[in-house]
Design a protein around this ligand. Structure first.
Ligand SMILES: *[C@@H]1O[C@H](CO)[C@@H](O)[C@H](O)[C@H]1NC(C)=O
Ligand SMILES: *[C@@H]1O[C@H](CO)[C@@H](O)[C@H](O)[C@H]1NC(C)=O
Ligand SMILES: *[C@@H]1O[C@H](CO)[C@@H](O)[C@H](O)[C@H]1NC(C)=O
Length: 373
């Protein structure tokens, strides 16, 4: 399915209606860029507006989403403010990266990078289907292939190849394969795969897609692990935990995936000439925040700012009235997603391990500054 074609007319009319001023309002990068562009592939952890153009329940295009963002407007980001790739774009000296479906298709709009991430998407194409439309991992890479063709037409093959191989690719996907596939026992998957085998299926599928990107001349990648989703208000509500205890069997799935994926990335980086691939264990970084919340200034650790029911985990965040007045002391923004403050801490860890080490074998800053390979 070519969703770009399908949605083009919708996009054109929406672009006219929506915030033409976002580009001017956002914080201007100060330094000369450390990389030519940032490309983002993933799910709701990094969706910056893709799902605004799709028929899906997984959307963040209404307040209170975005209320603490630079523009104080909803953009499609699943947060009260910024998502990790916003913080990283600024670290790289780049502007915020536009969503693929939200830009006009001009090369100038994509010259600092493109965000293909779609909420609900998983490594398996079917994951998240019960929410409605999404752009799966394979489709996102197909969209990148189209972007690459446009760069080649515009700047020539050599320049486009240099541009892509110096750009940063940020990949954050996999949790929906648990949330919206394995844990729902879709297609009797629980009987077909034990958790450990399902893990392997995911890790090796992601490995194949990373190699596809490599074959498209991508050379600098950040592969994110899975978050402790067993600590998300949604699952603490669903499993009826007391005193904000996390759901350990769910967290164990993230731990096992991260263990395997870190190894897969390490091997792949050795195997592929000139490849710089780092793995960032967002589970480690998130648990450091949860366990040391006082040090970070959080005093609401298990209840979401916006939602309904115990831990605000029962129902999704739908209106400003459902939200707390000030999210800055909260770890969780809604039933699945962290606050802007948490995203900033995680991004700082990815950049240089500022609060705790979570990236292997090096930080993103090391990758862009030293010519690692
Ligand atoms: C998954 O679904 C199948 C039938 O579709 C059922 O036999 C099996 O018990 C389910 N597994 C779990 C763990 O619920
Ligand atoms: C958290 O701290 C803020 C300000 O420091 C305070 O207003 C709020 O009542 C505290 N919340 C809880 C649940 O302790
Ligand atoms: C939220 O509270 C923090 C301190 O606890 C404060 O610095 C910030 O200005 C508040 N934000 C809003 C929007 O009131």
């Amino acid at each position: 399915m070519d969703s770009k074609t399908i949605t083009t007319s919708i996009i054109l009319s929406l672009i006219l209606l929506c915030n033409p001023s976002i580009a001017q309002q956002q914080q201007q990068p100060v330094t000369p860029p450390l990389a030519p562009a940032l490309f983002v592939i993933g799910d709701s952890s990094v969706d910056s507006g893709t799902n605004n153009f799709l028929g899906t329940f997984a959307r963040a295009d209404r307040l209170p989403y975005g209320r603490d963002f630079d523009t104080h407007q909803p953009t499609g980001r699943f947060s009260n403010g910024r998502i990790p790739v916003d913080f990283l774009a600024l670290r790289l000296g780049l502007p915020f990266v536009p969503s693929y479906l939200g830009q006009t298709g001009n090369v100038e709009d994509m010259i600092h990078g493109v965000n293909y991430a779609s909420a609900g998407a998983g490594i398996i194409a079917l994951s998240g289907s019960e929410l409605g439309q999404h752009i799966s991992l394979t489709q996102q890479i197909q969209q990148f292939t189209d972007t690459y063709q446009q760069f080649i037409l515009s700047m020539g093959e050599d320049a486009a190849t240099t541009f892509i191989s110096n750009s940063i690719f940020y990949i954050s996907i996999g949790i929906n394969d648990y949330i919206h596939y394995y844990l729902l026992n879709v297609s009797n998957v629980n009987n077909v795969y034990l958790p450990w085998h399902f893990n392997q299926l995911l890790a090796f599928s992601l490995r194949r897609e990373i190699k596809n990107l490599y074959n498209l001349n991508v050379r600098k990648m950040v592969v994110m692990g899975l978050a402790p989703i067993g600590c998300a208000p949604r699952y603490m509500w669903e499993y009826g935990t007391e005193n904000g205890d996390c759901v350990e069997p769910i967290n164990d799935m993230s731990i096992e995936f991260n263990f395997l994926m870190r190894y897969v990335v390490e091997k792949l980086a050795e195997e592929l000439p000139d490849a710089n691939i780092i793995f960032c264990d967002v589970y480690e970084g998130s648990m450091d925040i949860l366990n040391n919340h006082d040090r970070y200034g959080f005093n609401v650790t298990s209840e979401a700012c916006c939602g309904f029911g115990k831990y605000k985990g029962w129902f999704m965040c739908l209106s400003p009235e459902m939200a707390c007045s000030n999210a800055s002391n909260y770890i969780w923004w809604d039933q699945f997603h962290p606050t802007d403050t948490v995203n900033g801490i995680l991004a700082a860890n990815i950049w240089n391990g500022e609060h705790t080490k979570m990236c292997y074998p090096m930080h993103l800053q090391d990758m862009v500054i030293q010519k690692a390979k």
